[in-house]
Design a protein around this ligand. Structure first.
Ligand SMILES: Cc1ncc(COP(=O)(O)O)c(C=O)c1O
Length: 462
């Protein structure tokens, strides 16, 4: 099979959004309605003759846990379907509100700090090699004081990383293969998939669309997207994401107090993912450590990805409080430190300079301006689906809008929207069986693209 790069797929869109704009008076960051055609990673597959010789095989058997995984990881699968659609409709102006990747430029106050650090690497005085595996002292201190002031979290509790997803996998290595785990259903797929890879689960059960030995905590409109903990059996680890990807719902202080209480009663560890906390608009907790007693039962992972458009730069952090102990009294942070030193060598020094700039007064303000822009996108999407009569969830505390299509299959809805509007969304069932019948629409996009996508949604569902 040979791969030919397909460079001329146009991503320009024609905007007919002036009425929308006039009505809402939203700030437009991107005036470029016509986006430059670039190599967007779309490849054309050209069949090559089948080889007559059988392929050589090694004697290494496949990791049986890898073999348990279903199809592809959700987002590559969405990307694959988008690519196939673009091959089918080479002239279509495809808009992606799918995988949730950031689109807006990083403010210069942040990139200039990275550039400065990068140039300094060319000088004797400015060069640095391996840094502390846990992250640079200044950045750890800045994260502690910016996000956890008055919560008793200190610089030493912060482990700087190359992103929350990488930390989720490192945490799984920390826990090992014999722990049991619970997840919100639906949830960000990395929790379940990394658990499968570690060998914590049984086989995938097709009838219920679940892996054996994982507790799926149903989160739906009926329970306000917070699980009924009285029906959840004890597990060692509980993954909990708030604001949640994909439902966009944020747990209240009272709900998180119940979660911490539940973990304490069961002697469980919560892995709390706050990757979207900056998008919250109400006064729900931004961190699990706002809940009294959480330091004895919780780890928190977070990221600059959606805070500052660092999805490509790669920078995140995980908080492992010194108060968190295993059943034998050994500090979890000490073992995590060992994992970080063995499996990771510290985040890029350039990325860390960017992270520090994000937390400077100017950088912090600039970072929030970009977040505010995405929040306006979220309002536009919510308004669109509300006006069409759908039941719309999420959005107010997260850059994701969660839309109900009762009685329909998520993948069917995904395919219909793609086929008829050329807009890529994400099927809810890809986040777990509890997501069936829902579609997630991401608010990460250029304003003109979001407006155009909404125009097409209105056309489709009028
Ligand atoms: C809930 C959640 N956690 C973690 C991540 C990954 O973040 P990072 O880019 O820091 O690896 C994402 C990315 O989409 C996410 O949605």
């Amino acid at each position: 099979m040979s791969l030919i790069h397909h460079n001329h797929l146009s991503t320009s869109i024609s905007s007919s959004s002036s009425t929308f704009l006039a009505r809402n008076n939203f700030n437009i960051r991107t005036q470029n309605v016509s986006l430059p055609a670039k190599n967007n990673g779309i490849c054309k597959c050209v069949a090559a003759p089948l080889s007559e010789k059988a392929a050589y095989k090694t004697k290494v058997s496949r990791n049986e846990n890898m073999a348990k995984l279903q199809a592809g990881y959700l987002f590559p699968e969405v990307a694959r379907r988008k690519a196939a659609h673009m091959l089918k409709y080479p002239d279509a102006q495809v808009i992606s509100l799918g995988i949730g990747d950031t689109t807006e430029p990083i403010p210069e106050v942040i990139t200039s700090a990275m550039a400065k650090r990068s140039y300094a690497l060319s000088t004797i005085e400015g060069y640095s090699g391996y840094g502390a595996e846990q992250g640079e002292k200044q950045l750890r201190a800045a994260i502690a004081s910016t996000f956890y002031s008055n919560l008793g979290i200190e610089e030493a509790d912060i482990f700087v990383s190359d992103g929350a997803k990488c930390d989720i996998s490192r945490l799984q290595v920390l826990f090992g293969s014999s722990v049991t785990m619970a997840v919100q259903d639906p949830s960000y797929p990395a929790y379940v998939d990394s658990s499968v890879i570690m060998g914590q689960t049984g086989q995938f059960q097709k009838d219920v669309e679940k892996y054996g030995k994982i507790e799926y905590m149903k989160c739906n409109p009926e329970n306000g997207f917070f699980p009924d903990l009285s029906t959840v059996p004890r597990t060692d680890v509980i993954f909990f994401c708030s604001p949640n990807n994909p439902t966009g719902s944020a747990a209240s202080r009272e709900q998180l107090t119940r979660l911490v209480q539940f973990a304490k009663e069961n002697g469980s560890i919560i892995v709390y993912d706050s990757a979207y906390a900056i998008y919250m608009s109400d006064d729900n907790p931004r961190s699990i450590f706002e809940i009294p007693g959480a330091k004895e039962v919780a780890i928190e992972t977070s990221s600059f990805s959606k805070y500052a458009g660092f999805t490509g730069v790669r920078l995140g952090w995980t908080v492992v409080p010194k108060e968190l102990l295993f059943s034998d009294g050994f500090p979890v942070a000490k073992d995590f430190n060992r994992i970080v030193c063995t499996c990771f060598n510290g985040a890029s020094n350039i990325a860390q300079a960017g992270g520090l700039a994000c937390l400077s007064p100017e950088g912090f303000k600039a970072m929030h301006e970009v977040v505010a822009f995405y929040r306006e996108n979220t309002s536009i999407i919510m308004e669109t689906f509300n006006s069409l009569g759908f039941n719309v969830y999420g959005g107010t505390n997260a850059p994701y809008v969660w839309i109900h299509f009762p009685g329909q299959s998520s993948w069917d809805v995904f395919s219909e929207i793609l086929e008829k509007t050329h807009v890529v969304t994400t099927p809810g069932s890809g986040f777990g069986p509890g997501g069936e019948g829902f579609i997630r629409v991401s608010a990460f996009g250029h304003r003109a693209n979001v407006l155009e996508a909404c125009r097409r949604f209105k056309e489709l569902y009028k």
